[in-house]
Design a protein around this ligand. Sequence first.
Ligand code: KIV
Length: 271
Amino acid sequence: MSVNKEIKRVTTHTLLKLKQEGTPISMLTAYDYSFARLIDEAGIDAILVGDSASNVMAGHETTLPITLDQMIYHAASVIRGVSKALVVVDLPFGSYQGNTKEALASAIRIMKETGAHAVKIEGGAEIAESIKRIVDAGIPVMGHLGLTPQSIYKFGTYSVRAKEEAEANKLKSDAKLLEEIGCFAVVLEKIPATLAAEVSKSLLIPTIGIGAGNQCDGQVLVMHDMLGLNNTFKPRFLRQYLDLHDQVVGAVGKYVSDVKARSFPSESEQY
Ligand code: KIV
């Protein structure tokens, strides 16, 4: 076995330690080797190979169409670019809801065929048995509560979840349950900041928020969104750190005009 002694890998234990120290955890999505490499080099703690690949990589309207085989392809590519960050992979819609055996088989495929370090599953009490079975098999599981995009057709919209007391109470008890059955962390998506703060305080395991305020133990964003690849998606929770849409369109436009004008390649760019 070759072990790189220089690099201290982030593990699920590192994330717990960061919570205990009060140091926020940074997480971004990635779906391919090249961006995973850049994000890892920049010092991200954890990378999520999210089923948002269905949207940003494949152009689907929802996360539902992406398959387990496609997630495995993306995750294996990401893993080849990462030497430090913890890599978590989404179990896609349809790969775990059937029964606990199916859920475990899907999680095992992800771990075996990609080299990833953990899986993420959307849902609370309804899928607790499956999560337990996966955890019992030695596979770290990250939970995901609040706006769970795989249930978009049940919710009807992508608006903020758990604003009403009943849903907030269910979310709180689901979060406790996920901790009890062994999840190492839980994503809280698009819920009121006060609720996310309360849940984060009540749990020993870290919470990773997206649209859930700054009192979560960490934050996750979809990389394509924070880099501004899509100039039409600007939800309130998103901070855009680059405007890659305009930069890429500008650069490609310049290349096109250089080619048309025969100014590319120049003498120094040929053999
Ligand atoms: O698939 C994804 O990108 C996610 C994040 C939004 C948390 O689940």
